[in-house]
Design a protein around this ligand. Structure first.
Ligand SMILES: *[C@@H]1O[C@H](CO)[C@@H](O)[C@H](O)[C@H]1NC(C)=O
Length: 201
């Protein structure tokens, strides 16, 4: 099982994903790539800040904590020195849980947004959600129901899909670190192998 060094590479992967999620969420505030005439024209799911808060800001803390675990692998704690490193691995479980919740929030919001479809102006001129349960996906006849903003369907679909994928990866990485932190806390394997030499098995 990996340990501190592994946590570091998890942290390094989480940071750019968090930045990209924030960017994707910001782009969603510009339906079809344009400034909205009215903030009520933007889909509700964009205002839930899944990418900015969930997969973005909330992910900064776990990512930084994981980055700092580099020198706290399980060998350090089960060897002869202090068990402060053990506590560090334990606290990383809590941060992994925070990250998992943030990423999970973004994941769920994105899935709902894709299923529901964007808010747009229909052929009668009203601003509504013309679609139900993803029926617009792959039905170009139905997609013509959205008249304005232009390209709102591919715009929202692409960005929410990216958010879905990136927050899904973040959730998996946080789950890995939760297991990793648990192993590091319990120090199950330290007596054999990894404590003898230069690092984790
Ligand atoms: C697309 O939606 C229209 C309108 O609801 C429906 O009549 C048509 O059967 C759908 N086409 C496909 C391929 O599902």
């Amino acid at each position: 099982m990996c340990s501190g060094g592994c946590a570091k590479c998890l942290g390094i992967s989480l940071l750019p994903l968090a930045v990209l999620c924030v960017l994707a969420n910001i782009l969603l505030f510009f339906p079809g790539g344009k400034v909205a005439e009215d903030s009520t024209h933007i889909s509700d799911e964009v205002w839930y800040f899944g990418g900015i808060l969930g997969a973005g800001v909330l992910m900064i803390f776990p990512a930084l904590v994981f980055l700092g675990l580099k020198n706290n692998d399980c060998c350090g704690c089960c060897g002869n020195k202090s068990c402060g490193e053990r506590f560090a691995m334990f606290s990383s479980i809590i941060f992994a849980a925070i990250g998992f919740v943030g990423a999970g929030y973004c994941f769920i919001i994105s899935a709902i947004a894709i299923n529901k479809g964007p808010k747009c102006q229909n052929q009668s001129g009203n601003w509504t959600y013309p679609f139900n349960n993803g029926d617009y996906l792959g039905n170009s006849t139905l997609q013509q129901e959205c008249v304005n903003p232009k390209d709102i369907i591919p715009w929202n679909l692409t960005l929410f899909l990216l958010l879905l994928l990136m927050s899904g990866v973040q959730a998996v990485l946080c789950a890995i670190q939760a297991i990793n932190g648990l192993m590091g806390t319990l120090c199950g394997r330290c007596k054999s192998g990894c404590c003898g030499g230069d690092g984790p098995v």
